[in-house]
Design a protein around this ligand. Sequence first.
Ligand SMILES: Cc1cc2nc3c(=O)[nH]c(=O)nc-3n(C[C@H](O)[C@H](O)[C@H](O)COP(=O)(O)O)c2cc1C
Length: 184
Amino acid sequence: MDVFEAMSERYSYRGSFRDQMIPRDDLRRIVEAGLQAPSGKNIQTTRFVIVDDADLVRQIAEMPAANTAMQQAKAYVACIVDLRPEAVYEGHAFQVEDCAAAVENMLLAITALGYATVWIDGWLRVQKRAETIGELLGLPEGKIVRIILPLGVPEEAGPRMEKMPFSARAWFNRYGEADREGHR
Ligand SMILES: Cc1cc2nc3c(=O)[nH]c(=O)nc-3n(C[C@H](O)[C@H](O)[C@H](O)COP(=O)(O)O)c2cc1C
């Protein structure tokens, strides 16, 4: 699958997973894709914990569920940033962007390998779930799970979100204007 196909095949999957384990080689390939992502000043701030230990998977799956995928995941990838990111360029920190870039690379790799996932972010930030998972995974002081990806082989196709067309969100040269030929 080439990258354009992976982009169009990718979608957020929140449904059931088959009872099929994910080989470590695949988990490693997925996270290697994350490691290839760009990062502010190439500081490569995001850290990753791949959760495939049955007991840990169970403990995360048993938390108040965000969706079926979180409850049935065969593995998770936890993406970790600093709780108080250091400014690295003119007073700016880029850890959230670094993490997001790594996650998008991983979403594409997950799709290309025939697995499914969903970007879980908001769910982590309530009821101290990020902290609870951080404790389970042995995060050091000052680190927090920012995004978690539940992984598995999808049982069925999930609903696909419509994307707005190019003309509604993108323009050549000037915001909101048709180009010289009148194309939008
Ligand atoms: C920053 C961000 C946070 C997200 N947080 C969640 C989340 O907490 N729970 C969830 O089910 N989906 C979450 N998503 C997935 C979005 O809901 C999803 O990408 C969006 O509805 C578009 O659907 P698609 O991914 O199928 O294209 C998040 C996506 C992004 C980019």
